[in-house]
Write a protein that binds this ligand. Structure first.
Ligand SMILES: [Zn+2]
Length: 413
């Protein structure tokens, strides 16, 4: 059995931690899972303005059920770390007393507890300020570009030509780059399929004109992806041509700037999402385009439940990586997901991430779980892969941190 207890961790995908306890985390998590398509675009990723979810009681009964292991295991982990009973009220009293002594200090103590050297914070459209309070030398950050894809957003700001629209997109990107972001995150999988067509500039320009001439039947609005118009079939195709053109423009810019392009793939455990639309195999349309070869892509969340497809994509394309964040939300599947991915994808293409948000305890819990499961799975796999114990351990250290250090721009190896 290999030992990864002292491996330094880079958490490749997480969101900002807030000064809240575990009870509040669970309430917000259930609300968010049910209601992610709400909230005000452009406002901060604070979850404070999430509207109450219409089916909150049933959501709570499902996700916070005592037999549902995702919160139960988190609660037990935190209780163990704090030395108190696995009781949310008792945990939160201890946590709030600790946080009051200094929030940054508290965050640092959680990172130190699990030897997390660095966290890649996805600030979901916020600029660097969104990470205020996080220990300065322990994070790099990702800029959320999804709100920039919507043709409605440019039309509503009075833009009518494709050139001006691209300038508007570039201005946002430039300010994020000037503030030191290390990559861009695309979460189109939340509201559309991951296939990206290859429209010409003329097709995109005429798409934008056609959308401008067609008022949407409805508008979906979220702080995560801005304002998305719902159109009839013809205007929908036109909107798609524009959007796909912008996606490819941003992907090419990421490559030119030496930054990473992250893409949400797989389930988000929410009634909002069409699971099939988020199969990472659909990204073939983007990855197979020679113009994308200069960009390094990371498929977030292992594409689960299509993790086998994600693993094969990472195996197929030298510039495509797979991140493991969010997979620990279904702890009963974690070993099997890790085993599938690590037996297919090259070991240097797999990145540990947590997808934790709101509570730093989630950062700690995820690293703690992943360290254990990786050691177990790699020990089992080493015979099939003809790895020595030392090689299996090396693979574990790569997944936990070394692979992320190798691809993150500006991060020392
Ligand atoms: Zn995330």
């Amino acid at each position: 059995m290999i030992d990864l207890t002292d491996a330094g961790v880079v958490d490749f995908h997480a969101h900002m931690s807030l000064q809240i306890g575990v009870g509040e985390l669970i309430r917000r998590d259930v609300t968010a899972q049910l209601n992610l398509f709400h909230g005000t675009p452009g406002t901060s990723y604070r979850w404070d303005d999430l509207e109450p979810a219409p089916d909150y009681e049933r959501g709570m009964a499902q996700w916070a059920h005592p037999l549902n292991s995702q919160y139960r295991m988190l609660i037990r982990y935190v209780a163990g770390a704090l030395g108190c009973e696995p009781d949310v009220v008792e945990i939160d009293e201890t946590l709030s007393a600790t946080m009051e002594q200094g929030f940054s200090m508290y965050l640092e103590s959680v990172l130190d507890r699990e030897r997390i050297d660095l966290v890649v914070l996805d600030l979901l459209g916020e600029l660097r300020d969104g990470a205020a309070g996080f220990p300065d030398d322990r994070y790099v950050w990702i800029y959320g570009i999804t709100p920039l894809l919507s043709p409605l957003a440019v039309i509503e700001s009075g833009i009518t030509s494709l050139d001006d629209a691209i300038r508007w997109v570039d201005e946002s990107i430039d300010s994020a780059v000037a503030q030191g972001c290390v990559g861009f995150k695309n979460l189109m999988g939340y509201y559309r399929a991951l296939d990206v067509s290859r429209p010409t500039a003329d097709e995109a320009a005429s798409g934008l004109r056609q959308v401008a001439a067609t008022p949407p039947a409805d508008v979906k609005e979220s702080f995560l992806y801005g304002r998305v118009g719902i159109y009839d079939e013809a205007a929908g195709r036109a909107a798609r041509a524009y959007e796909d053109f912008v996606i490819r423009h941003i992907v090419a810019r990421a490559g030119d700037l030496g930054l990473l392009q992250l893409i949400h793939t797989g389930a988000q455990y929410s009634p909002n999402q069409n699971l099939h639309a988020a199969d990472p195999a659909r990204l073939f349309s983007l990855f197979s385009d020679p113009a994308s070869n200069g960009t390094t892509f990371v498929m977030l969340h292992a594409g689960a439940p299509y993790h086998e497809n994600a693993a094969y994509m990472a195996w197929q394309f030298p510039n495509v990586y797979v991140d493991l964040s969010h997979t620990m939300r279904i702890p009963g599947r974690l070993n099997s997901i890790l085993s599938t991915i690590l037996s297919i994808a090259p070991a240097h293409k797999v990145l540990y991430g947590s997808d934790s948000y709101a509570s730093a305890e989630w950062l700690g819990y995820s690293a703690h779980r992943m360290r254990k499961h990786l050691a177990l799975v790699l020990s089992d796999l080493s015979a099939d892969l003809e790895w020595t114990e030392a090689e299996a351990e090396q693979a574990g250290r790569m997944v936990l941190g070394d692979n992320a250090r190798a691809i993150l721009p500006g991060v020392a190896r």
